[in-house]
Design a protein around this ligand. Structure first.
Ligand code: KIV
Length: 273
């Protein structure tokens, strides 16, 4: 059986050449497959708004949505480290509300940690949740919940001033007690600059080479869609394979070549007129 990575083991990756892999997951069937692989960390991400619910972005996702999907993921991946993603509106009203929602993720999903977006502006929520005994992963850079402020899903930290502001965000999240920091959608140089100045491991997505932990969205890496962002490598073409399978199935049904005896219960039953 897989041995679940621990928070101290993740922290110990900092500054070593050891790495861990991180993928989003939103349901039982895929969680079983991730569990059967060596991938160490699952995020029940608010990207489920797009991948599972067909929303344009992440803002409509609720705490109950993450809990509903997260419970299924936990059933499928009992020994994979699971992070629950705090959705928009679940930590920006008060620290008490942030702790309340983080508690729900721990108790109802059985998460190992939670993640929330924002740097300086989210530091009080991170501190409150950490003080409540819950491991927190921060998330800065291209933070999808606030992408309207950036004019869409745009690479962040494009000049030295912006990179320095991101470092202030990173330091605020580290000082608030986060054990790991996600950096999304920044040039490699900017991510490396931040990594040189903080002491917690970084999980990178679209943040270049060399992060201690590397993340991808499951639907991107499995190739559910033709288009994926530049940083997302497709490791297979599940979308194309599924369409080919549906088409072959449809053709065999309409031309009568499926089902055959091989796919039928062939016991002879007497006495039927
Ligand atoms: O919800 C999500 O998919 C994320 C990614 C950036 C990993 O937060």
């Amino acid at each position: 059986m897989k041995k679940k990575i621990t928070v101290p083991e993740i922290i110990a990756l900092k500054g070593t050449d050891k790495k861990a892999a991180f993928v989003t997951c939103y349901d039982y069937s895929f969680a079983r497959l991730v569990e059967a692989s060596p991938v160490e960390i699952i995020l029940v991400g608010d990207s489920l708004g797009m991948t599972m619910l067909g929303y344009e972005g992440t803002v409509g996702v609720t705490v109950d949505d993450i809990i509903h999907h997260g419970k299924a993921v936990r059933r499928g991946a009992p020994t994979t480290f699971i992070i629950g993603d705090m959705p928009f509106g679940s930590y920006n009203e008060s620290v008490e509300e942030a702790i309340h929602n983080a508690n729900r993720f721990m108790m109802e999903i059985g998460c190992d940690a939670i993640k929330l977006e924002g740097g300086v502006r989210s530091a009080a929520a991170v501190k409150g949740i950490v003080n409540a005994g819950i491991p927190v992963c921060g998330h800065i850079g291209l933070t999808p919940q606030s992408s309207a402020n950036f004019g869409g899903f745009k690479v962040q930290g494009g000049d030295a001033g912006a990179a320095k502001a991101l470092l202030e965000d990173a330091k605020a999240i580290e000082a608030a007690g986060a054990f790991m920091l996600m950096i999304e959608g920044v040039p490699t140089d900017v991510c490396q600059y931040i990594m040189r100045h903080i002491n917690i491991p970084v999980v990178g997505i679209g943040a270049g080479i060399g992060c201690e932990v590397q993340a991808l969205v499951l639907h991107d890496m499995l190739g559910f869609t033709d288009w994926v962002p530049k940083f997302a490598k497709k490791y297979c073409e599940v979308g194309k394979m599924a369409i080919e399978a549906f088409t072959a199935y449809h053709d065999e049904v309409v031309n009568g070549t499926f089902p055959t005896e091989q796919y039928s219960y062939n016991k002879k039953v007497e006495g039927l007129d």
